[in-house]
Design a binder for this molecule. Structure first.
Ligand code: BG6
Length: 491
């Protein structure tokens, strides 16, 4: 199938998408409640939704609700999870909720959704685009895509947003790819990873490629190690059904952290177009060595097996730490350490680049040992709103040449117009409506990540217990010796 592209309408300097019907599958689920409905409301309030649009919530008939119930549900979701709360006398909300309706869809009866899409398109008039967002469990992806095909809803003006995980291993990812490609062309498929919509992750491109300062040292000659560290304090939060089948590696590493690694490690693209960015990311993934299980620690927090819905003998990891290598000219020999887990001692999202130590001979006699023994580092904190810190040694005031560690810090919270910030999902939904795939993962990229994961998925080391509130089992520190995990404010 070939896909036509059209120039999106512009509003001032901000691009606004063409008129759209947005269909939210899994409309009453957790993701829609926490992220998608609040995100769509924020886009509407920021005047970034199309001039004319309709949002149709959908789910199988057994979970169907009325349009009024869906509007009440969306209002509650925005009440609980939006920064700007909807209020009764809030014009933005009253206006927004007029665009919401609900229609059920099942593989053997999709006419309610079909009819509702037609009705919405008629109301809007003209050439309307369709965006289908599949906020459904992975097992349901193929059947929902099948419904779209059978119902004739997957026209050339349609696009589909698919949530991770895109498969659970190489084989299932290939099968899922076939099922989706049977209905949609690759240019219509938007595999979403909300980490890539975060301002601070996007800012890695600006930090690296818009400055002459950092890129010249962004390589193995200067950098000794890279850490991408995403400990979480929350546990599985009632998601046992999903989580026990998934685990930390599939939930976080193969999707989010390796995607972030793609941005940290890529070569400068010739432009920021989707084709160039995706090509550079693909080259990084090609250069990733297959995961070596000797450099992987899988942890499980104590008490996990007693969580409702978790198998009493579950071997699922709730934390994983590993070393990987990008074996190319720029990064050969530089270890990339990745870690993420539930019920850990802090909630952080950090990228740390540690530099080789310069010869400090001349300072030795007077060097007050740096308290935590750390070296020069660039630390990108990509938890919203995000910050960048560079850590260096400075002379302490006084007669002696004594050294102390100091930081230069940039904080998004103190800079620029915070009001313009979009949350990860908001940015990506907007990009999907604009047809911009730059921040979405390509089919090849996904397959390569599952390919390098095979040794681990086929032969996982046993899980080691760790205390909730800790940073994982002891072996997590050993894994990265002689380096240390960098968690500012926690040592
Ligand atoms: C999700 C994972 O994709 O990302 C969750 O399924 C995880 O387990 C979440 O908690 C973290 O994302 P955020 O929005 O907190 O950065």
């Amino acid at each position: 199938m070939t896909v036509t592209t059209s120039k999106a309408a512009t509003h001032g300097s901000v691009r606004r998408p063409d008129d759209h019907v947005i269909v939210l599958f899994g409309a009453t689920g957790d993701l829609a409640k926490r992220k998608l409905l609040p995100g769509l409301f924020h886009l509407a309030a920021a005047n970034l939704l199309p001039r004319k649009y309709r949002i149709i919530g959908s789910a199988p008939a057994k979970f169907a609700i009325s349009t009024d119930e869906f509007r009440a549900h969306a209002r509650q979701a925005c009440q609980d999870f939006c920064i700007t709360k909807p209020t009764r006398d809030n014009d933005a909300w009253s206006e927004f909720e007029q665009h919401l309706s609900f229609a059920a869809a099942d593989p053997d009866n999709y006419s309610p959704l079909q009819d509702e899409v037609q009705r919405a398109e008629k109301e809007i008039g003209g050439q309307v685009r369709r965006l289908f967002h599949l906020a459904v469990p992975p097992a349901a992806f193929a059947s929902v895509v099948g419904v779209l095909g059978d119902a004739g809803l997957a026209s050339e003006r349609s696009r589909v947003v698919i949530e991770k995980p895109f498969g659970t291993d190489l084989k299932s990812a290939i099968e899922l790819g076939k099922a989706v490609h049977a209905v949609f062309d690759e240019s219509q498929i938007f595999r979403i990873d909300h980490f890539l919509g975060k301002e601070s992750v996007d800012n890695i491109l600006a930090f690296r490629f818009a400055n002459g300062l950092f890129e010249p040292v962004w390589n193995r000659s200067h950098i000794a190690y890279v850490q991408i560290d995403v400990p979480e304090t929350l546990s599985i939060e009632g998601r046992a059904d999903f989580y026990d089948k998934t685990g930390a590696y599939r939930d976080m590493i193969v999707t989010h952290l390796l995607q972030v690694l793609g941005f940290v490690a890529m070569e400068p693209p010739t432009s920021l177009t989707a084709a160039q960015l995706r090509a550079e990311k693909a080259k990084v993934f090609d250069a990733l060595k297959p995961i070596d299980v000797r450099h992987v620690v899988r942890g499980q927090y104590e008490g996990y097996r007693a969580e409702p819905g978790v198998a009493p003998d579950s071997e699922t990891e709730t934390m994983v730490a590993l070393k990987t290598e990008v074996d190319n000219w720029r990064w050969h020999g530089v270890p990339f350490y990745l870690r993420s887990g539930k019920s850990m001692g802090a909630a952080r999202q950090l990228i740390t680049l540690g530099f080789h130590e310069p010869p400090l001979r001349m300072f030795k006699a007077h060097r007050k040992d740096v308290p935590d023994g750390r070296r020069n580092e660039i630390i990108i904190d990509f938890a919203d709103p995000g910050s960048i810190t560079t850590r260096f040694l400075a002379k302490e005031p006084g007669a002696e040449m004594a050294l102390g560690t100091e930081n230069m810090v940039f904080k998004y919270a103190d800079s620029f117009a915070a009001a313009n910030a979009l949350e990860g999902y908001e940015r990506l939904i907007l990009d999907a409506m604009l047809g911009d795939q730059a921040l979405f993962t390509s089919s090849d990229g996904i397959l390569r990540l599952w390919e390098i994961s095979e040794p681990l998925l086929e032969n996982p080391p046993p899980v080691e217990p760790y205390a909730p509130g800790s940073f994982g089992p002891e072996s997590v520190s050993k894994l990265i010796e002689p380096f240390r995990w960098h968690l500012p404010n926690s040592g």
